[in-house]
Design a binder for this molecule. Structure first.
Ligand code: BTN
Length: 246
């Protein structure tokens, strides 16, 4: 897979790059493609939330890929690869970057990037994947009720070319994707785990309104978070079954 310039579709405005990507796939797109937008009037976040991004300030893109024989049961590996690619790009610019399970990118306790992956599955394999990425770059103020956003500008008082950041992200992503496609997921797993927010720290989590202290001891193949409680018991949680108390 090579996502060269010719495969990048640049849009001034769209509802959501993920929706645009979905339409391309239903129009029989067959090659790996990147959709980049300067503005989304209905950007989608996780759980039906709205993704805030001022026009032309941030990276808003969707990568469309057709993995070769990636088992649906291993789909969380896609999240890991995207998270690691973003981690690489950001670690070259700022400190204290981590991956907040399952796939938010944090700087300290603030969120700088979000990922929304939409897969289609055929039989037991992934037929296509849309990897939506929102990375806050030059935005100076956030006005929505998103809990804890931050941008590169707010951290460094510098502006960045969105297109350059996209290119850096694609280069990092391609290397990791290649590793995934050639079967080598060990380094990906190891690297994802070692960059997790609050890894190995006793911290507070919340489930069904109740808080408990625990520490992260792993993330399973399906993306389930493994938490050990103070009595040494290890329990697994799927996305949204448990929340970090920040
Ligand atoms: C999250 O809630 O953390 C996920 C946010 C994902 C936002 C990106 S912006 C580009 C792509 N298009 C969308 O509509 N959403 C994703």
């Amino acid at each position: 897979m090579k996502l060269t310039d010719k495969d990048i579709i640049v849009l001034n405005e769209v509802d959501s790059t993920n929706n645009y990507a979905k339409q391309l796939i239903s129009d029989k797109l067959e090659d790996a493609t990147v959709v980049l937008a300067y503005y989304q009037n209905n950007g989608k976040g996780q759980q039906g939330n709205y993704w805030e991004s001022e026009a032309k300030k941030n990276l808003l893109c969707s990568l469309i890929l057709f993995p070769s024989g990636l088992e649906a049961a291993r789909q969380f590996l896609i999240s890991k690869v995207v998270s690691l690619a973003l981690l690489k790009v950001l670690s070259n610019k700022v400190e204290h970057v981590s991956i907040k399970w399952p796939n938010d990118i944090y700087i300290g306790t603030k969120k700088i990037a979000g990922i929304l992956i939409e897969n289609t599955i055929k039989g037991s394999v992934i037929e296509s994947t849309i990897i939506g990425v929102g990375l806050n770059i030059n935005q100076e103020v956030f006005v929505s009720n998103a809990p804890n956003p931050i941008s590169l500008f707010q951290l460094t008082k510098r502006y960045y070319e969105v297109q350059n950041v996209l290119n850096e992200f694609i280069s990092s992503f391609e290397l990791l994707w290649e590793e995934l496609e050639t079967g080598g997921s060990w380094d990906i797993e190891k690297c994802y785990y070692s960059n997790l927010f609050r890894r190995n720290e006793w911290s507070l989590y919340q489930k069904d309104g109740e808080e408990f202290e625990a520490r992260i001891v792993g993330v399973g193949d399906f993306g389930q978070l493994k938490l050990e409680n103070k009595s040494g018991e290890i329990k697994e949680f799927m996305f949204k079954e448990v929340e970090f108390v920040l």
